[in-house]
Ligand binder design. Structure first.
Ligand code: GRG
Length: 299
């Protein structure tokens, strides 16, 4: 079976697992305060490709970890991702009205609720990993994961990347400054997803180093294609406003390089990611399939 077919065999099931787990983990909208829980469920459940969750499952799969063990780490990564999207859409950030094919959280609810729903999705990510009623992984492994996820979300990861992004419009960015910003804003969580899947199996330094060497170019490739799709795709397929980067005058890999060189750059990054898998010495078909998907995706 080729990489894409193998991935296709698993990914839809992973999506279902994530939605079922998040249904259980995000408090029910009947619980007080109902509006906050409704907003969290609106932005957290049945949403998105679940690309980062797929990275957790595929990494765990390569290292022979059972899916029951991977569910919570995958949910935690998706909760941070959902939080970042809710905040990214706010008027003080990108001010986008559409996300994942429906009104963004602050449009469907209101701005204050969206800020608080984002905050609560973030803290829930750490709660699901530190929950003393969850016994699939040892406290030491969970602590390592919490550290990876917290660092990826903070000033050296997503939050820092967002600040660099907000300040970027006033500068003439180079390819290197753009890549440095996206290594934080997009790459850090993608790397955390892969490392968390890895940590479910091992804390072996060499294995985790190989996983980083896979995840880092992959995260950048994901963003290069995100920029290409923003400028060349359509709103319905993307589920978010097409052409938004250009409208905001935002520098992107597409605006700096043009479409064909940007796609070529993403291909090179993808090849680098796949090459890094050789050093793992295990069956990495699904991780290679995800790398392939990263550069061929249409949304
Ligand atoms: C401190 C976590 C944290 C966030 C606050 C708002 C913010 C700072 C950071 C923004 C991070 C962000 C939104 C990066 C964009 C990453 C990206 C390319 C998102 C699109 O991901 P997809 O295509 O989306 O996987 P779906 O909807 O499929 O999940």
């Amino acid at each position: 079976m080729n990489q894409s077919a193998a991935l296709h065999d698993h990914w839809p099931r992973w999506r279902e697992r994530i939605d079922k787990s998040l249904e259980d983990l995000i408090p029910d909208a009947t619980l007080s305060p109902p509006l906050l829980h409704e907003a969290m469920r609106y932005s957290g459940i049945s949403a998105g490709k679940r690309y980062r969750a797929a990275l957790v499952y595929a990494t765990g799969h390569a290292l022979c970890v059972g899916e029951d063990t991977l569910d919570r780490p995958a949910c935690a990564v998706e909760l941070i991702h959902a939080f970042s999207l809710v905040h990214d859409d706010l008027p003080a950030m990108d001010d986008d009205d559409l996300r994942r094919g429906k009104p963004s959280c602050h449009k469907a609810f209101d701005e204050a609720t969206a800020i608080l729903a984002g905050d609560a999705l973030q803290t829930l990510a750490f709660a699901v990993l530190s929950d003393s009623d969850w016994h699939a992984l040892s406290p030491k492994v969970r602590l390592n994961m919490l550290n990876v996820l917290a660092n990826a979300s903070g000033s050296l990861g997503l939050a820092g990347g967002q600040v660099l992004d907000l300040n970027m419009n006033s500068q003439e960015p180079t390819l290197e400054t753009l890549a440095a910003m996206h290594r934080c804003k997009t790459g850090a969580l993608i790397e955390a997803a892969v490392l968390m899947g890895g940590l479910c199996a091992t804390d072996d330094f060499a294995t985790l180093a190989c996983l980083k060497n896979y995840a880092q170019p992959l995260g950048l490739a994901f963003q290069v294609i995100d920029d290409v799709l923003d400028g060349t795709g359509d709103t319905v397929t993307l589920g978010k406003p097409a052409g938004a980067d250009q409208e905001r005058g935002q520098p992107t890999f597409l605006s700096i390089l043009g479409e064909a060189p940007a796609r070529k750059y993403a291909e090179e990054l993808k090849d680098k990611a796949i090459d890094a898998l050789d050093d793992l010495g295990v069956d990495t078909t699904l991780l290679a399939g995800l790398a392939q998907f990263t550069v061929t995706r249409s949304h």
